[in-house]
Design a protein around this ligand. Structure first.
Ligand code: HEM
Length: 144
């Protein structure tokens, strides 16, 4: 169970990052060229939104079964060890904030009137989320 979810979370991370980058570029270009926001644009933004939420669920499960999650936090010593603090506290917390921002950007775009403001809502929120996610990835264990 642990290894399965760990692999899912690790693999999904690539898809989430790629999807966010594609959506940010598409929305930025859409806004700059002044074209209309279409249903296709909404669906593409939704793919990144859904992938981020599946990743959130996998992350939440992982947090309770991984030795690098809650166990590390409650076991003591995690606060003084930067690597332990990353997976036990900073990574989960910052990523939850990032996924809230993705949700806000996507949902607000649906309510906004003009195409430009829809594009902007998505690319700005997704871009801040991407920076937050990248800032707290345990790079060493992921790609190392
Ligand atoms: C978009 C959001 C997220 C991304 C892109 C992401 C990405 C990653 C990556 C790349 C790793 C390293 C995997 C590896 O070493 O193979 C990881 C580990 C981990 N993540 Fe996330 N994560 C996200 C959200 C979350 C959330 C919301 C939680 C918890 C609430 C979480 C909990 C964890 C835990 C506990 C680990 C350590 C797992 C282990 O190796 O035992 N993640 N995450």
């Amino acid at each position: 169970m642990y290894t399965g979810i760990q692999h899912l979370h690790s693999g999904l991370a690539y898809l989430v990052l790629i999807a966010l980058i594609i959506v940010i570029v598409l929305m930025l270009v859409g806004s700059l060229t002044g074209r209309d926001f279409t249903e296709k644009d909404r669906k593409i933004a939704m793919v990144a939104f859904i992938l981020a939420h599946i990743q959130l669920l996998a992350g939440l499960v992982l947090y309770f079964i991984s030795p690098l999650g809650l166990e590390l936090l409650t076991g003591g010593g995690a606060m003084s060890d930067p690597i332990a603090r990353l997976t036990a506290l900073e990574h989960p917390l910052i990523n939850i904030i990032a996924i809230v921002l993705i949700t806000v950007g996507y949902s607000r775009a649906k309510k906004l009137e003009s195409s430009r403001s829809k594009f902007r809502s998505i690319y700005m929120m997704y871009a801040v989320a991407l920076v937050l996610i990248l800032s707290r990835i345990p790079w060493g264990s992921w790609l190392g």
